[in-house]
Design a protein around this ligand. Structure first.
Ligand SMILES: Cc1cc2nc3c(=O)[nH]c(=O)nc-3n(C[C@H](O)[C@H](O)[C@H](O)COP(=O)(O)OP(=O)(O)OC[C@H]3O[C@@H](n4cnc5c(N)ncnc54)[C@H](O)[C@@H]3O)c2cc1C
Length: 464
């Protein structure tokens, strides 16, 4: 791996101008928020290109980045094992190279799909072997504009601190562009002892012997049903709005270089129409997860029975189903309704988030393609940069790049799932390089003029 990097000349020497803040300390060129798959790939791609003044800030301890060891409750990744992972085109950085080196070729041949914990170890290895400057247990609380740059307010075990950066990359994961989706009809007073979202930590030991209601029929709802029953829940009832589950994974059908490279070049109408098509189709739960849940006694699914209220009644959760007189009673409710995307609710931006342009600010779809929730997706620029809702009012927003699922409408699914991660990192790093180069042009030009290494010394043509 080291030889591969050496042969490719990675990482290049640092070239951006060194800038200092009013406190005299160097300003960080790029702060990457999140050390999951997209944060790792983005930071590595920047460092390879000689943008080496980078800090990666991650709220979780080392090894606990991303969903893999917490709320991803499937046994294995849903994707096939042959995906290269965030390898940036370098064979020795691929998941397969790492796995074969550690476990042998036979083990690779025998591997069916990648267990979550193995994938998390691979991502941890990438962080270490690429010497990525990850600062764990560091929470980015807020990012705000500051003269000619960004103020990044962080919290660590040492307390609160402010650092200054020229660019920020929000690689904050699936929930990073709007948080968990919680239907209006679910009473928030059910928390914490009577309900949890699938994306939260759940104490399944506490659910032993209990009756669990689950809202939703997507992959995570099934994963949680299976986990609860495997860990001793007495019964699980899944309430699903649809009367048949989605059958085809159109996401897989669109995971090709054409979509990855071509999507962002489409006009707004085509991007919107494609996204509506994919979003309406939804994805089926993986058959492995379905089988895992169905193997358990106590599993019940209620298709075509949409919940319309979930409230607390004494020690119970009462779920009312549309059109049914008698309510359903459970000891605990798990809400498997996915994530929101809302440009106005990017947590790290606080109130500044309301200045981010959304799709509804830039594009009006025809009536049959109106989807109110999709209108809240951020309308990103060609390098994942946020754009201003009111042009001219918040130019510093373009210093912030959003590399998570919130980018899906603007760029396709390249910052969402594993297959697109390298394309996203390449696009992002190229855009940041170009904008830093433009910003630093005067300094870079001056240092070019001062560059003075004679080539002809020792030949008759040398002139001092
Ligand atoms: C349950 C589940 C299963 C999935 N399975 C698959 C699959 O099989 N195949 C596939 O291709 N895709 C899958 N995905 C989709 C996608 O690959 C994952 O969501 C993946 O984790 C995305 O990587 P990421 O780097 O964007 O986000 P993450 O891996 O979530 O990393 C984001 C990181 O940012 C950190 N962070 C967030 N906010 C802050 C902050 N303010 N300060 C500091 N740190 C912060 C988080 O702690 C986290 O570690 C799955 C997603 C989920 C949720």
């Amino acid at each position: 791996m080291r030889r591969d990097l050496e042969m490719l000349g990675f990482p290049a020497a640092n070239w951006p101008a060194e800038t200092t803040g009013s406190d005299g300390f160097p300003i960080t060129d790029v702060v990457v928020v999140g050390a999951g798959m997209n944060g790792i790939a983005a930071a590595a791609a920047l460092i390879f290109k000689g943008v080496r003044n980078v800090r990666i800030l991650e709220r979780n301890p080392a090894g606990r980045e991303g969903p893999w060891l917490t709320f991803a409750r499937m046994d294995t990744l849903r994707s096939p094992k042959i995906l290269p992972g965030p390898a940036l085109g370098i064979p020795s950085l691929t998941f397969r190279a790492w796995y074969e080196a550690g476990f042998g070729r036979e083990a690779w041949e025998a591997l069916y799909k990648i267990p979550n914990a193995v994938w998390a170890r691979y991502l941890g290895w990438l962080q270490r072997v690429l010497n990525l400057p990850v600062e764990h247990e560091t929470i980015v609380r807020e990012i705000a504009p500051s003269a000619g740059g960004l103020e990044v307010r962080i919290r660590t075990s040492q307390g609160q601190e402010t650092l200054f950066a020229r660019r920020a990359v929000l690689a904050t994961g699936r929930g990073g562009a709007g948080g968990d989706r919680l239907p209006d009809f679910v009473d928030p007073a059910l928390w914490p002892d009577r309900a949890a979202h699938t994306n939260e930590a759940i104490d399944f030991e506490y659910l032993r012997g209990k009756s669990i209601g689950i809202l939703g029929g997507g992959a995570s709802a099934w994963d949680n049903a299976a986990t609860a029953l495997e860990q001793g829940a007495a019964r699980v009832d899944m309430y699903v709005r649809r009367s048949i589950l989605p059958q085809i994974n159109k996401g897989r059908g669109s995971a090709s270089p054409g979509y990855f490279y071509g999507w962002s070049a489409l006009d707004d109408a085509d991007r919107w129409s494609l996204f509506v098509y994919l979003n309406d189709a939804q994805a089926p739960p993986p058959h492995e997860t379905v089988r895992r849940a169905m193997q358990q006694d106590g599993f019940n699914i209620h298709l075509g029975r949409p919940a319309e209220a979930a409230t607390r009644q004494g020690e119970k959760v009462v779920v009312r189903i549309h059109g049914e007189e008698a309510p359903q009673e459970h000891d605990f409710l798990i809400v498997g309704t996915g994530f929101n995307v809302d440009a106005g609710a990017i947590p790290e931006l606080g109130a500044w988030s309301s200045s981010v342009a959304r799709w509804r600010d830039r594009y009006a779809p025809p009536d049959e393609l109106q989807r109110s929730d999709l209108g809240d997706f951020p309308y990103l620029g060609s390098g994942f940069e946020l754009t201003e809702r009111h042009p001219g009012q918040d130019p510093d927003l373009s210093r912030i790049h959003l590399v998570n699922h919130g980018a899906a409408l603007s760029h396709g699914a390249i910052a969402s799932d594993i297959p697109g991660v390298n394309v996203a990192a390449e696009r992002l790093s190229t855009a940041v390089v170009a904008s830093l180069f433009r910003e630093d042009l005067q300094v870079i030009r001056r240092s070019l003029e001062e560059f003075d290494e004679p080539e002809l010394e020792g030949t008759p043509f040398f002139v001092r």
